[in-house]
Ligand binder design. Sequence first.
Ligand code: F6P
Length: 328
Amino acid sequence: MEARNIDRIAVLTSGGDAPGMNAAIRGVVRTAAYHNKHVYGIYRGYEGMINGNIKRIETNDVGNIIHRGGTMLKTARSREFYTPEGRQKGYESLQAHDIDACVVIGGNGTYTGAKIFSEEFDFPMIGIPGTIDNDIFGTDFTIGFDTALNTAVDAVDKIRDTADSHNRVFFIEVMGRHSGYIALHAGIGSGATGILIPENDKTIDEMVHQIKKGHKRGKLFSLVVVAEGNKNGGASEIAKAVSEKYKDIEAKVSIIGHLQRGGAPSCHDRVLASRLGAGAVDGLLKGIYNKSVGLINDEVVYSDFEDAISEVKEPKQEMIRMAEILSM
Ligand code: F6P
């Protein structure tokens, strides 16, 4: 797509929220204001685009939000945007506000919508990776991952106290429908006995073997961190299977769930989000369209939507192996 004159930039958040999205919105609005461009907020993701829920946002509107979790623009998972009719309505709303380009903040689904939309209407879009799952190609970290991790580790530390007091085995489920990043990092960071993630094929029996090996060494409690998308099922299913087969193990369950998506963003996420927000606007003004902005080796980089969507980003096998060695 040839470079356009961009004066009015829309921004939306879509899919699961992630702590730091507000800092990214702030980065977009203030960088645009610096270049004398106007920003319009689209409320509730692609739903808001379809329904014309679009309002001007100015520098002052993004004051006092850098430290807040959630997203001031709200978010949604839009079914209608999957349809050509839905996208047509979205395009008409953007035209009604004379919008020249759009920044979308979200995960894989958000990027897929943006890619189709930009191709269909020859419309400049740019994506900022905002998901706690850290599973987007083209960036070392996604916005929200660090905060979610710290929340998860804090929870596992607390469970450790009670597991230790009662000599219990706990299966602790963290988010990650398709990705083991949160479980792997939280498992390493909390010194877990075991980690079950979609990227390893450890069975329940192998995990129990690992737990029992620890017991033989005099370790009286165990913490197993389970990614919701691992191959053996959720923590409840796993604990049930363990208790049924191994009568000497009292398996307890804790599901951390949406706690991981909320709360004040960590400083790491605020800085990352600020850089990516600014990077998105800088990119648009340089004629960089239909790409995802990311941070690799501390540099702002741009990857095609196509790659960001289709390339798989997984935890390194070397790190999975190291976690195994350290957990013993
Ligand atoms: O944001 C990503 C994610 O947290 C996944 O890890 C999880 O499976 C999913 O969102 C849950 O989303 P929702 O709360 O919208 O059902």
